[in-house]
Design a protein around this ligand. Structure first.
Ligand code: FMN
Length: 389
């Protein structure tokens, strides 16, 4: 029986249930790569705490029975202010995982941001989901010409919105991944092989399926000459992520890109102002889900000052730590105009393929709706008024 057809016996009632299912299904190294933080994992717990500490005061007797979560992002209307965040290697969580996430986004009417480090290429994703709004996340490669080719490919696939990730100059230190034998790119190790062998459902429905169809999964956007199996240690110098990214690079990309440009990973007012002054259309206030700088502030703690400084001039979005609909509402109450979710769609994919990712995001949206109703707020702009500061 394929992964997508698995009959789910235990109820999946919240994100934790999906996470637990993902933990059973995925090799430990891959699960930890998705789930955990970096170094002492302080950022991860700070993000959780910062969201848990936010309260909204309900307004009662509003005479309203429902709420409207429709919103505008970059001048377009959406049913809900959610974006599926870029996540490297989603295609290892489920066979052609990125194509599945694109279809889920299409069903929900929200954008899907494809990672530079996707296992399925943006062209293939587009072929499988002709209608969905795709964004491209860019990790600028050292060889600029190759990056410009990737931008051209994205443009040909109908991408208008480019998300440049600015908070990842290095590979983060993930001690647990050093111990459990998982690395990106994969380096075959006895521990890693045992890990896969002891997760036979994943082995058969993801890894073997790739091996008998397209071969060893690769970073699909790497140019043909450099295309490297993820098992290969030697990623060519040209396609290493630029670790000296600067504002002049941003200016150059801004000039080259025909559509919207978003910088993802902004955590200070000063950088938000520089983004605005560089002609950037939007920023994502993000701690990269607690996966990069472990001593970074939580987005919820810095978001209000950033919104005050630049919120009327540019689109300010936020991510990190959204596990419940109420978490998404909290970022919106703090002034963000949209939120990105990273791990949730991956837990959903692992738990039950495309349907799992859809169900988990639909549950998130239901939770957002019911929290709005409980709070007595009938449109998103009302959330700011009931935030307790
Ligand atoms: C497994 C995984 C891979 C990720 N890969 C990328 C990536 O390739 N590019 C990027 O900009 N962000 C990446 N992120 C960060 C997400 O885009 C997002 O900022 C973060 O996951 C939000 O936090 P959340 O997972 O708590 O929702 C990744 C996150 C995860 C969990």
């Amino acid at each position: 029986m394929g992964h997508d057809q698995l009959t789910i016996m235990a109820p999946l009632s919240n994100a934790d249930d999906y996470r637990a299912r993902a933990k059973q299904y995925l090799p430990k190294g891959l699960f930890e790569y998705i789930d955990r933080g970096t170094e002492a994992e302080l950022a991860l717990s700070d993000i959780r705490q910062s969201l848990d500490n936010i309260k909204l005061t309900p307004t009662v007797l509003t005479g309203q029975s429902g709420c409207d979560m429709t919103c505008q992002m970059f001048g377009r209307s959406y049913p809900v202010p959610l974006v599926i965040a870029p996540t490297a290697l989603a295609g290892l969580v489920s066979y052609t995982g990125e194509a599945k996430l694109a279809r889920v986004a299409g069903r929900l009417g929200i954008p899907f941001c494809v990672s530079t480090q996707s296992v399925t290429s943006i062209d293939d994703i587009r072929r499988g989901a002709p209608e969905v709004e795709l964004w491209l996340q860019l990790y600028l490669w050292r060889n600029r010409d190759l990056s410009w080719q990737l931008l051209e490919r994205a443009k040909q696939s109908g991408v208008d919105t480019l998300v440049i990730t600015v908070d990842t100059p290095l590979s983060p230190k993930r001690d647990y991944n050093q111990r459990n034998g998982f690395s990106v790119p994969f380096v075959p190790s006895m521990r890693g092989i045992c890990d896969m062998a002891t997760h036979p459902r994943w082995l058969v429905s993801v890894m073997l399926r790739y091996l008998i169809t397209s071969g060893m999964p690769t970073y699909a956007h790497y140019p043909a000459a450099f295309k490297t199996a993820i098992t290969d240690d030697a990623v060519a110098e040209d396609v290493k992520i630029e670790n000296a990214l600067g504002w002049s690079d941003i200016a150059e990309i801004r000039d080259r890109w025909h559509g919207k440009v978003i910088l993802k990973g902004i955590l200070s007012v000063a950088d938000a102002i520089k983004s605005r002054d560089a002609g950037i259309d939007g920023i994502v206030v993000s701690a990269h889900g607690g996966r990069n700088l472990d001593i970074a502030p939580a987005p919820a703690d810095v978001l209000p000052a950033i919104v005050d400084a630049v919120g009327s001039d540019m689109m300010v979005m936020a991510d990190s730590g959204i596990r419940r609909g109420s978490d998404a509402l909290k970022y919106l109450a703090l002034g963000s105009q949209g939120v990105l979710v990273g791990r949730l769609p991956l837990y959903g994919l692992a738990a039950n393929g495309e349907q799992g990712a859809y169900d988990l995001l639909a549950m998130l949206i239901d939770e957002m709706r019911s929290n709005m109703v409980f709070a007595g707020v009938n449109e998103l702009s009302g959330l700011r008024d009931i935030l307790i500061l």
